[in-house]
Ligand binder design. Sequence first.
Ligand code: F0G
Length: 451
Amino acid sequence: MALVTGSIAGIGQENFRFRCIACGKLSAAACQDFRCPNCGDLLEITYPAWKEARPDPSALKSAWSERRLSVRAADQSGVWRFRDVLPALADESQVISLREGNTPLYELPRCAQVSGVPRVFAKHQGMNPTGSFKDTGMTVAATFARAAGFRWVACASTGNTSASMAAYAARGGMRGLVLVPEGKISWSKLSQALDYGAVTCQLRTDFDGCLRLLEELVRSAPVYQMNSINPFRLEGQKTLALELLEQLAWHPPDHIIVPGGNLGNSSAIGKALLEMRELGLISRLPRLSVIQAEGANALWRTLRETGGKRLIRVAAETRATAIRIGNPASWKKAGRVLEATGGTCEQVSEGEIAEAKAEIGAEGIGCEPASAVTLAGLKKLRKQGFVKAEETVVLVLTGNLLKDPDFTIDFHRGEMFRGGDEAQELARLRHPPIVLDASLDAVLRTLEQFN
Ligand code: F0G
């Protein structure tokens, strides 16, 4: 089997090792499927050198903020700006970047009000170049794929991974192969993969079926695996947490709440928090919590029904198609970081997701449905007392509003939950478009109606 090694030409300094999350085996190289050759479990990246010579936390903080003023491409990336805590490259010019990261942190006062806490922030990863958080991981994985000499990169996706991978493959001069479930991803996301020139296959299966096939494919062809099973992806996605803490002047919030699908992102954010504490960048850990859709609640059920010991797979169904996943690959990693940070997992209904999305939208900050589970979850966690009345919360908004316009339009036109109890309850949040004759009188009468 081909190897993705730390020593293939172009990858230089080998400041990291792969470690199996189950048997702990350390290695300098990984197989193409990024699974432990001993026991088949997932790998993570570790930095043994930190044990011997821990980087100075204040030097790191100043280097990261100084780089924001630099005109060098790697410094302008909100990911590679943090390269001191990422796998090292021999040469900065190898980076494939679209100037990802550097996303805004917004305060959401009305969402704070509806959820009963004083301060709610949104870390908006939908403001990345392809409109989702995937770009922060993709820049690292694509860079290492090319440096390792791969011509083809591939992923299974509910849409955002494929859009992002297709863009980075194109920028890096590689070919991209996308496997998506037919009819189950939004046209906006599919259109991105097409535009960026990926070979796009709509498979007659669900996301879990696409991922299974991809795992087989990378074992039989020289194709580089770009799903979040690939630990380089998670290293890039760690920077969300570094950037967030920097934006909060290194004062940790009490809670960070993130949507859960395949569970790579929560694992990455949790890893970053634990590493930040290890490096002395923060002294207190925020609680990291994951929210899932009720119809795709594998982690929620796993933690409740097996105490996190054995994965319960589900047949996933939700209109938040980005997280329509029933067999999440990184469930073990996510379970561990929730435990280590004292976080929890909650599930929310389709009605709660739609309501939360409209509430976030009403603050002038759009997001896709999967991102809105965070606010819906916060409201539940506050009611349960898990989030306390005086605590500060950061919601991770993972995707841009424009990623799934059908959801938004169906909601505002009243075509979602037609006839059900939810329809009535949510009517106050709807702003349907109004068709009028093109006359001043008609527009003035409409204006009066809304006065
Ligand atoms: N939010 C959005 C907008 C997503 O696209 C995804 C995952 C998630 C949340 C969940 O993140 O999988 O790391 O737990 N989308 C993947 C994709 C699966 O193919 O685009 P996760």
